[in-house]
Design a protein around this ligand. Sequence first.
Ligand code: AVI
Length: 312
Amino acid sequence: MNTQFKKDLIEGLSKEQKTLSSKYFYDDAGSRIFQEIMNMPEYYLTNSEFEILSLQAKQIIEALNFNEPFNIIELGAGDGFKTFKLLEYLVNNNINFHYVPIDISQGAMDDLTGKLKQKLPQLSIHPRVGDYFEVLSKENMQTKIPSLLLFLGSNVGNYSKNEAVSLMQLFNSNMKQGDKLLLGVDLKKNPITIQNAYFDKHGITKRFNINLLLRINREFDADFKIDDFDFYCHYNPINGEVRSYIVSLRNQKVELKKINESFDFTYDELIWTELSKKYSLKGIEELAKDSNFKVENHFLDCKHYFTDTLLI
Ligand code: AVI
């Protein structure tokens, strides 16, 4: 059994405001549902970042000002769809670099490597499975060639401000002099656009959340009755936070037999599952400053929905 998951579950469900962490969304089913989310037109983040990396690959690479060869190290590479255009640009222009995708999922790395070897046979690819920081300290600190770290997809938005600062400080401490970081960040915009991306009318994001209850049923021999729970989410344009919740539709007790625990849920009680924070460009500058980075360039899509920001 995953002991960290067990600890987080007990801690989160014992709180006054119950929580379940979105980091546990991504079992096999959850990862597939996330792919469905990324394919929804309402989830504009995918297309916006794809546009940036497709149309501005040349400008991004020029802004690096790296000697060849260099590394591109992608943290949480997933299926690598977004990054493909950047890699394609580099390969087509005979630029000498090594691509090092890192992910905790062996399956995701195998899929990505298979696809890339087929589509870009000349690509030098060195996939690594494991924890970002273990891999980074091993791969990046022991080489002399410069590295561009990629942390894309607005993954940083799933961390609170303090957590994001700590995470970026950790990135920083695993970067050599001259390395750079390209950070994908979703920007504040018309609240309706954001609300529609997360409270989607197809119910896919609801399935994404409810899947976590199914995962707990399976892994902890629990008895969450999924029809007795609903999904709610809300964007607050003042602080830029999308907060997602699972809602208990009645008074109920849930047993987690495998770990001998039970939890009571009251009618309309909320379980907070996810934060998806949106930033202003000024907010990104602050985040950079607090984690000892400096903003070099913001690369925005044409609608100004999203930025890939280059940090040094
Ligand atoms: C992975 N992460 C950046 C997504 C986000 O937008 O916060 C996860 C997600 N949650 C609901 N829709 C997508």
